[in-house]
Design a protein. Structure first.
Lengths: 149, 174
């Protein structure tokens, strides 16, 4: 029960979340170019949300003297994004993966930090559901968003 | 016997509902208790029982009950409108899975109290059914988020995941 599966310190967990946000922002580049109309607008909105989380995390980690991981020049995508279908599939995966990092921050944070982590987890999970709907993937939901399968 | 009075009086003064009781009221209560104790000696024995009090219910019990209740709501809606089965079955299953995980976290069997109310009977147009489910998921999401905020670290991940799941249900019901 007390086995520690999450990062031990809030700083480590939040640094993990920041690295995930960097990767999400990166991924929405190739995703966006394969989408049109409402899908593309949703991708832009999602990317802006991830940027906002990134900025807040950088500020927070800097203010508390934590390590602020650096953004990378590029991130390996799990599969090539060549069309709308693969772009939507990647968007689902990006949100699910980012949700997992925010979930890992919950046990090691308290108060306002935990509320922020929960809001971020929830936003990622809801966006993943919207992307599943766009992609025609069912079911639209997973039982435990952010929990490693 | 003499010991019973101060103990009982002390309980009266510290009772959470006992704000603003005058000293006289307390003393009178103590006197009445003393008379009662004298008349029926056994009534005072509960305080000294060896069995100890039953542990207070786990703070997660309401959330576990809510998961069962939400599952029942979705299944009732499917019964009322079988065309919703594909959409609602995964959500109902998720609520059941949440209830099972909460039970594991609580580490005690389901409390035996009055039996949970049977599945809600719902009726009405599809839009009405979905609107009611959305309202239930919204309130459930808020409850789970509050539980997550208040929980010790080792419970926060599951509670946060349940809050997020309920938010996705809300989205899927749009």
């Amino acid at each position: 029960m007390n086995r520690r599966t999450a990062p031990a310190a809030p700083g480590d967990a939040l640094a993990g979340a920041l690295a995930a946000e960097y990767a999400a922002i990166y991924a929405y580049g190739p995703i966006g170019v394969r989408l049109t109309d409402a899908d593309r607008r949703a991708a832009r909105t999602a990317e802006a949300a991830h940027r906002a989380r990134r900025d807040a995390l950088v500020l927070q980690l800097s203010a508390t003297g934590g390590t602020v991981p650096a953004d990378q020049a590029g991130y390996a995508l799990p599969f090539p994004v060549t069309d709308r279908a693969s772009a939507l599939r990647l968007a689902v995966q990006v949100e699910d993966r980012t949700a997992a990092f925010w979930r890992a921050a919950l046990p090691v944070t308290t108060g306002a930090d935990r509320t922020r982590a929960l809001n971020a987890l929830t936003d990622c999970a809801v966006r993943a559901t919207r992307w599943r709907r766009s992609a025609g993937i069912t079911p639209l939901t997973v039982p435990f968003p952010g929990r490693p399968a | 016997m003499v010991l019973t009075c101060p103990v009982a009086t002390g309980r009266t003064t510290t009772h959470p509902d006992g704000t603003g009781q005058s000293r006289r009221t307390v003393l009178r209560t103590g006197a009445l208790l003393a008379v009662g104790a004298a008349a029926v000696p056994l009534t005072g024995c509960g305080l000294l029982d060896r069995d100890g009090p039953t542990p207070p219910p786990d703070p997660l019990e309401p959330l576990a009950a809510e998961s069962r209740e939400l599952a029942a709501r979705h299944r009732a809606a499917i019964t009322a409108d079988p065309g919703l089965a594909d959409r609602l079955t995964p959500i109902a299953d998720a609520h059941t899975a949440h209830a099972d995980e909460l039970r594991r976290l609580i580490g005690r069997p389901e409390p035996s109290g009055p039996a949970a109310p049977g599945p809600t009977v719902v009726d009405g147009a599809r839009n009405t059914l979905l609107a009611e489910l959305r309202a239930a998921e919204q309130s459930g999401r808020d409850n789970a988020a509050k539980a997550c905020a208040d929980a010790p670290g080792d419970r926060a991940a599951l509670l946060g995941t349940i809050a997020a799941a309920r938010a996705t249900h809300l989205e899927a019901l749009k």
